[in-house]
Design a protein around this ligand. Sequence first.
Ligand SMILES: [Zn+2]
Length: 387
Amino acid sequence: MNVRKPVDYSAMFAALDTLMTADLPQMELYCEIGRLVSGRPEKGAAVAAAEYLCGAYPDTSGFSPRNLRRMREFYRTYESTPEVLAEAMTIGWTQNVVILEAELTPQERAWYIKAAGQFGWSKLELAGNIRERIHESLAIDNTADPCYSNGAEAMGMAKKKLPGHFCKVCGMQKSNESFSGRGHAAHICKACSRLSPARQAEEMTLRRLENLPLRRLSESEMTWLKNRIHDHRPEVKSLACMVYAQRFPRQARNQKKQELSIQTLKLNIDGEICDPYGDLMYVKESYQVSQTPPAIVRIQQDGASQTVSPPPKILAKLLKWTVHTLEIFWWGEDYCGPADVDPEDAESPLWNVHVEYSNGEIQDMGSADDVPDPVLELLSALVELFE
Ligand SMILES: [Zn+2]
């Protein structure tokens, strides 16, 4: 009879709990679990870990025995090549699984990891490209690394060498002395190699955002960029938002509008504006709009104040229109220009707006130039509520 000796996994389970509550990004979590399971001598450790995770965290997915074995395999495959591991951390788990399970030499594996990141290949594209052995014909931005440059040299696309070496973490060209022997091959300078793998991965993600190709992005590159907009690392998130807004201003605005809801709004007009008949008229009025309780206060030139309380639905509609159609969030950018005037000579503003949004954002905008159309439209919508 085959009686298995019970194994005490309690230390591994406790370590798994620590990892699960650390709120790590997926790749880091999987890599750490792989490291943990890999450190156990028992063959059954992956299955035991899978069973434990499925029982203790029934709401999470991805912890099948098969996937746990992959995590262990992932860690074992790259643990001796930290530079490849760091690069692998920048691509998705599904891409990593494809590369891990394909029949490739370690060098080819490193090449596909780099290419998957550089071209943003989806799982399917990647699998197809490996089948086609595309590494034999495609040049990638190899930053002069002999092990990546198979295709590049042949196609005459090798980069002109600058003195010193390029560090792929900080993105700087540095002197030979700035690299250790090992760092040379990995393209990581001494300073950067002291950073944690997570920090190195973050820096490389930032470099990738900075160097996103200017051509039309592929679907998977777009997905990668969009996911970075929701990245948990604040620096990555804010750079991704900037890059996205620069390249896709329309989409970026539409996306931003979804998170904007006006809580209060103040509009002041003090000067000559064009009435609907094209005649100039002098207006000095201010409006204060608040969502809760629904109220609009108007103060006119003579100081008389009036308050209306429109039905909440009407007010909500008006404020939504102000965000979505009038695009009030961008008035500063669209109509105010840079504030480079000496405040001493600056004329008093013709119009100014103060907006507070439910997500905590606050804006103050105004200009001494013409009153732009959206401001006039908002003004007449407000006036209407008093008629
Ligand atoms: Zn560096």
